[in-house]
Design a protein around this ligand. Sequence first.
Ligand SMILES: NC(=O)c1ccc[n+]([C@@H]2O[C@H](COP(=O)([O-])OP(=O)(O)OC[C@H]3O[C@@H](n4cnc5c(N)ncnc54)[C@H](O)[C@@H]3O)[C@@H](O)[C@H]2O)c1
Length: 365
Amino acid sequence: MDSVLKVDLKENSYNIIFEKSFDSLARRLAEIGAPKKLLVVTDTNVGRLYGGEITELLTAAGYDAAAPVFEAGEKSKGMDTILGICGACLEHKMDRKSMIIALGGGVVGDMAGFAAAIFMRGIRFVQIPTTLLSQSDSSVGGKTGIDFGGSKNILGAFHQPKLVYINVVTLRTLPEREFISGMGEVIKHGIIRDGNFFDYLENNADKIKSLDDDTLMYMARVNCAIKAAVVSEDEQETGLRAILNFGHTVGHAVESAADFALTHGACVGIGMCAAARIAQRRDMLSAEAEKRIKRVLELYGFDTSVRDIAEEQIYEHMGRDKKSSGGRLKFVLPAGIGEVRIFDDVTRAEIEDAVRSVICGGRNK
Ligand SMILES: NC(=O)c1ccc[n+]([C@@H]2O[C@H](COP(=O)([O-])OP(=O)(O)OC[C@H]3O[C@@H](n4cnc5c(N)ncnc54)[C@H](O)[C@@H]3O)[C@@H](O)[C@H]2O)c1
């Protein structure tokens, strides 16, 4: 299978490279005409693991790379860090032709991308995603941003990278909880667009979980092709791209109700089960398909129900999302495995039934 995938966005098109090492990184940067001055943005964990290797190989290839590091975690995803990155750009005497490289998970990618979008009104950037979530979702699509005023990703910009370089071997150092979180997005992509890919995930869980390189490369390639196809059809999220929100209506509410103690992917997993329940009750989805969705999530270590969250808290957070999205809650519901449709007519009774089905000890389990 080809190790390069083109994301077709006319003048904003770029390649995603799938590799088992960083060996071809310098060559790939040369191919896109990377300038000598680079800023490699990373966090404390990724910097410790891969920062040295990347700066050494860039220096050996003749690049002048500075590498600012910020504290790992969502708490850093704010304006202070953005100003820190922009300050590092000035200190490194970067100009409009310089380039930022995001080395890390979704937090690094979203922030380095946002800094690249605003520094000197926009400079080029490259993503080197190192978590499964960033390799399967956040590095592809050009959404960048930060949290502000208690709201996630509320400030940001669409700014497409010039290259995404995925080295699947970095997943070997990723904590299991983060791997499971990323699998939530991968499984989601199968359900929304590709039943064969879902079958593949169902039949190859052992190889995927044991981090077999070739299996991870194949999974990353198919997964990114699904996301890239959706993004190519709707770069700025005016229509189709909304299907990527499958599992997010209830998932977001659970994430907020749990005060972000659960990973994003874990909450999307719960949200996908809730959406599947609604679809099954509407006779859009067979009972067997609903069970398969749950079974595959469980195969990858997901809890398909939540504990210690009151039902009411979930409705309260859904109510807030409803207000901020113009008064109607949108649900992406599966119409089989590999196809979804968007609805804004899901009733309170349907939502309650679905939420109870994913609450531990819920009446409708
Ligand atoms: N832009 C988008 O389209 C988009 C989509 C989904 C999520 N996001 C954003 O992505 C963020 C979540 O991303 P994430 O789940 O990658 O979290 P993250 O970036 O916080 O990474 C999770 C943890 O893993 C560590 N880590 C990263 N790579 C590692 C490796 N190879 N080995 C060991 N540890 C490693 C990090 O330091 C961090 O502690 C959220 O802020 C979310 O809003 C953005």
